[in-house]
Each structure stands twice: as structure tokens, then as C-alpha cells.
Design a protein around this ligand. Structure first.
Ligand code: HEC
Ligand code: HEC
Ligand code: HEC
Length: 159
């Protein structure tokens, strides 16, 4: 149910509560409206005890860290560990019913839980593996040989 739907119900409850003297409706309605204001996506728990930067900072700035890291890597061949995509996926892996980490095709994937909620789309997993083993196997974070990944990516872009 969307926020509008929820607000409508909250309003209705308020009206009803006010109309029936002594009914606890208004209290319930108030709780409901607090809940809808703080509605958050439910994030899967990560491994390890802390992130590569403060959780708060990560929540707001991870995209900048990742992009910065990418530019450094691709242009200058710098490979620092702190904001490596492979590391993110290792700690933030989410297991599916088969006890294996899910890929970004699955809505439970760590990066998707928030992005779906916030309607953000990223193209990173067109080229990069979205779960840790695949990355480990190839020794780098790319799904396929770079040439194939780039060709597919450009095909997508020119459509
Ligand atoms: C067209 C293919 C392509 C796309 C799309 C792409 N990358 Fe990359 N990325 C690469 C290549 C190639 C490298 C260099 C890999 C290497 O040298 O190991 C790289 C390296 C990186 C690195 C440093 C290596 C690592 O694993 O930490 C990060 C971080 C990164 N990319 C993040 C991103 C993010 C975030 C996005 C989405 C916004 C993205 N990339 C989209 C091709 C791509
Ligand atoms: C050593 C393990 C580890 C690594 C590596 C790691 N994280 Fe985290 N991350 C955590 C933990 C622990 C938290 C705290 C939240 C939790 O307990 O689930 C967290 C929190 C976050 C949050 C905020 C979630 C929230 O509650 O709002 C984001 C966003 C995030 N990480 C993204 C990333 C990205 C992007 C990378 C790679 C650049 C990364 N993390 C690398 C362990 C890790
Ligand atoms: C706590 C919620 C949350 C989590 C978890 C999260 N993201 Fe994000 N991400 C966002 C939000 C919100 C935005 C949009 C920010 C904006 O537009 O200002 C965003 C934007 C991005 C962008 C920039 C997109 C663009 O169009 O410029 C990249 C790249 C990105 N996230 C990568 C990742 C990756 C990779 C992961 C998983 C390792 C991840 N995010 C996990 C909330 C999250």
C-alpha cells in the first residue's frame, strides 16, 4: 500500500476516533502515522561488526565512494581495498533458499533492497559480478571477460 493509501486510513481512523467518544482510535491512529513517516526498507544484516566507514556516512555517500574508487581504478590503475565493490558484496551477501548468495536479479540482494525502495537504478552489475564467489573465481569483480562485458554494455546503451 502506498503512503497515500496509508494516510487515507490514518485520516479515516482519526475521523472515526473523534466521532466515537472514549474510543482509543486516535491513539492508534497517531502510532500508525508515526510508523508511516519512519517507514524504512528492511535491510539484511551484514557480516563483520562494522562497515568500511561509519554506517551513517555509508548510507549517504556510498555512491560517491564507489564511483571515486572506480575512476581511480579504471584511469589510474589504483586498487585500494577500502571501497572495493568485491568487499562490499562479501560482507553484504544475502543467501537465498539454496544457501548461496543471491545475485542482483533477486530483489533481496543487499543493493536492491534500498534501491528498489528509492527507485534508484544502477548499471554496475551489467559488468560486475553481484555476488562474492563469482568475483573470487575470476580473481576480479567482472562477470565476464572485459571485452564481452563492454560489448553487451554498449549494446544496451545504444538500444
Ligand atoms: C562497462 C563495464 C562496467 C560498468 C557498467 C561498471 N564497471 Fe566498474 N569496473 C569496470 C572495469 C573494467 C574495472 C576494472 C577492473 C579491474 O581492473 O579489476 C572496474 C572497476 C571498478 C571498481 C574497482 C575494483 C573493485 O572491484 O573494487 C569499482 C569499485 C567499480 N568498478 C565500481 C563500479 C560501480 C559502482 C559501477 C556502477 C555505477 C560500475 N563499476 C560499473 C567495468 C565496469
Ligand atoms: C567488513 C564487512 C563490511 C564491508 C567490507 C562493507 N560493509 Fe557495509 N556494512 C557493514 C556493517 C556491519 C554495516 C552496519 C549495518 C548492519 O549491521 O547490517 C554496514 C552498513 C552499510 C550501509 C548502511 C546500511 C543501513 O543500515 O542503512 C551501507 C549503505 C553499506 N554498508 C554499503 C557498503 C558498501 C557500498 C560497501 C563497499 C564499498 C560496504 N558496505 C562494505 C559491513 C561491511
Ligand atoms: C541504505 C540504502 C542503500 C543501500 C543498502 C545501497 N544503496 Fe546505493 N543508493 C541509495 C540511494 C538512496 C541512492 C540515490 C542517492 C541519490 O540519488 O542522491 C543510491 C545511489 C547509488 C548509486 C548512484 C546511482 C546513480 O544514478 O548515480 C550507486 C552507484 C549505488 N547506489 C551503489 C550501491 C551498491 C553497489 C550497493 C550495494 C553494495 C548499494 N548502492 C546499496 C541507497 C542505498
Amino acid at each position: 500500500m502506498g503512503l497515500v493509501g496509508k494516510s487515507l486510513i490514518v485520516c479515516l481512523a482519526l475521523v472515526l476516533g473523534v466521532a466515537i467518544p472514549g474510543w482509543v482510535g486516535p491513539v492508534i491512529a497517531e502510532e500508525a502515522s508515526v510508523a508511516s513517516r519512519t517507514l524504512q526498507p528492511k535491510l539484511p544484516t551484514a557480516k563483520g561488526d562494522k562497515c568500511v566507514a561509519d554506517t551513517d556516512v555509508m548510507r549517504r555517500n556510498h555512491m560517491n565512494f564507489l564511483k571515486h574508487q572506480r575512476d581511480d581504478t579504471v584511469r589510474d590503475g589504483v586498487r585500494t581495498k577500502q571501497f572495493s565493490l568485491k568487499q562490499c558484496l562479501t560482507c553484504h551477501a544475502v543467501n537465498g533458499p539454496d544457501a548461496k548468495p543471491v545475485t542482483a536479479d533477486n530483489p533481496d540482494h543487499f543493493c536492491r533492497v534500498c534501491h528498489d525502495y528509492a527507485a534508484v537504478r544502477i548499471d554496475c552489475f551489467d559488468c560486475h559480478a553481484s555476488r562474492p564467489e563469482a568475483a573470487a573465481k575470476s580473481g576480479r569483480s567482472l562477470k565476464r571477460p572485459l571485452e564481452m562485458a563492454l560489448t553487451d554494455y554498449l549494446k544496451g546503451v545504444s538500444q
